[in-house]
Design a protein around this ligand. Sequence first.
Ligand code: EPU
Length: 444
Amino acid sequence: MADARPFHWEYVPEAPPPEAFRIEGGRPLRGTVTVSGAKNAALKLLAAACLTGERCRFENVPEIEDVRVMCEVLGDLGVVVEHPEPGVYEVAAGDVDWLFIPLEAAAKMRASFILLGPLLARFGRVIISNPGGDRIGRRPVNLHVDAMRALGAEIEYRNGYYYAQAPGRLRGGEVTFPQVTVMGTENAMLAATLADGHTVIRPAAQEPEVDDLIAFLCEMGAEVVRTAPDTIEVEGRKRLRGARHSVLPDRIETGTFLVAAAVTGGKLTLENAACEHVTALVDLFAKVGVPVECGARAIHIDATGLRPGDLRACDIETSPYPGLATDLQPPTCVLLTQATGTSRVNEAVFEDRIEWLSELRKLGASIDIEDAHHASIHGPARLHGAEATIGDLRAGASLILAALAADGSSLIHGAHHVQRGYENIDRKFQQLGASIVRSADTAP
Ligand code: EPU
């Protein structure tokens, strides 16, 4: 059985029509922006609704491509997904007759693998495609598979698919991860809610999105408790009920707008923002010298008084929550291009998430990429308009940030990566005074 090896697909999903961002930089952003619901919570909540046949309702769901893809994958399984108004989704998984997640779904969105736990736990079997790697690293799923086996599942790997079954019911047990994994923790937790007996998950990821999922599961009647910062315990139930939930604010979008204000010398109020979820970033802003003020459900940032040379270089290292999120490494690097001195970057979570810095260099940043995990940023750099290409979601948002800070016009190819995870990013920036349009990309 060839299990948990890196798997490199030749399959390439149909590419959306090419679009690019055209940005005229150098305008300070000003005003108020409302942070959307968190992508990385919404996707798991939608999957969790498969744990019951009763209707679940979600509010504050971001209107993004990944949510659309997840709804499409659920629809293909026979789950009824309704979208009565913007930001609201209702999911009824009464008749799920097709327990198969094809390669096409997995190739479009790695997060479709989160369906393994709920489908296996409720229906006792599922065939699910290996999601393979993506632009930020190899990203295997061995830890998800091991967690299901620790709960009694039998899983075989053949021709790119995991064939999983749990004759009878999954059994509660000890799920011990060799390293912290966000979706691995969530998959184990989802599966354990319907298992027979008690499950202990350790080390459990501490990301706020995991706790949002715990809150929803408890609303469904599950017994899930974080008994220590890195431990989640689950007492399995025979069935769960429908529930409703409002998705927590997106802390990565929050960080993206904070950096946007800082690098354009702007002044912003972020509404529906949870400052307590971006503490590592706010601490970093304090070290770098950008004033940020936290209020109840709002964050204020005023960079209008800053002059070139005022910001101080700072070394950063990404790590699981509560450390600096790997998803905030790209925006933070844009901030550090404006700081005086050399900032060392250690991307400790993913391999290959440093590569995008070569695109940032095209806008005038002075960066040495040392290896797959390390780089040095020398600042302050005077950024200038340029043409660059987006390789993944967070790098894409960060190239936009650099172009907003730069003098002159930029053309940023690969806009579709950004709409996977940021709701109306171009419209939100326009409302803050930015000159940004998304349009058909006619470049070769
Ligand atoms: N890992 C394994 N085996 C596994 C699972 C993970 O080796 O079976 C490794 C990964 O390769 C990585 C590390 O463990 O080096 C941590 O990965 P993790 O499992 O925590 O990542 P994930 O759950 O797949 C989620 C987010 C990512 C975010 C990471 C880290 C979702 C849908 N995705 O991914 O978000 O970067 O946690 O915080 O929740 C994004 O939103 O742009 C994004 C990439």
